[in-house]
Design a protein around this ligand. Structure first.
Ligand SMILES: Cc1cc2nc3c(=O)[nH]c(=O)nc-3n(C[C@H](O)[C@H](O)[C@H](O)COP(=O)(O)O)c2cc1C
Length: 181
């Protein structure tokens, strides 16, 4: 029994380390995302697994309606009034991260307004921002560009847009931008 436990501990140690070693430049990575129906969360988890990054789910104080049409209406109204929906949670130890992935679904041709709230809550000076999004069909590039536009003091790496929760191509992209080997 003791031997089994020891073996499991050793395996767990090497398992965790192999993630950390994936990250090619040794930088500390945060993968921050907002997700309403789970696609962006799925992609964010995949990115975190690949990079050894820490996941942070951006959670609204007031949850969005769970039905699709009411959710689109709330999202549209927020966009029209340039809203800043409140966020429930805070990134712990923000200063320790060098690289911040910021991900969201495309909502009404751009990033949801809660992404503005998130970005305006932190200092991005000296950080490297990597935008990503998930979308059904349109406005991928505009959404990635919006995240770049909202973080003018950061450096940026090329972003990525996944159709729904399709992760094919993400590992190649992470290699291309040299976040993993
Ligand atoms: C309010 C709302 C607006 C949307 N607007 C767009 C859009 O402009 N273009 C698009 O391709 N998909 C749009 N979609 C689809 C989502 O971007 C897509 O399903 C995304 O993967 C959902 O991510 P999530 O599961 O993380 O919430 C919209 C979805 C919602 C709920």
């Amino acid at each position: 029994m003791k031997l089994k436990l020891l073996l499991l501990t050793v395996l767990a140690f090497f398992g965790i380390n192999s993630y950390a070693q994936n990250n090619s430049n040794g930088s500390k990575i945060l993968v921050a995302y907002f997700s309403w129906s789970g696609n962006t969360e799925y992609v964010a988890k995949y990115i975190a697994e690949q990079t050894g990054g820490m996941l942070f789910r951006i959670e609204p104080v007031k949850p969005y309606p769970t039905e699709y049409t009411p959710c689109t209406e709330v999202a549209k109204a927020e966009k029209e009034r340039d809203a800043r929906p409140d966020i429930k949670n805070k990134v712990a130890d923000w200063d320790s991260y060098d690289t911040v992935f910021i991900g969201c679904p495309v909502w009404w041709w751009t990033a949801p307004m809660i992404i503005n709230t998130f970005i305006e809550s932190y200092d991005f000076e000296g950080k490297t921002v990597v935008p990503f999004c998930t979308y059904a069909a349109t406005y991928r590039d505009e959404t990635l560009a919006r995240i770049v536009e909202l973080t003018p003091t950061a450096n940026h790496l090329k972003g990525y847009g996944a159709v729904n929760r399709d992760t094919d191509g993400i590992a190649e992209w992470l290699k291309e931008i040299k976040v993993i080997d």
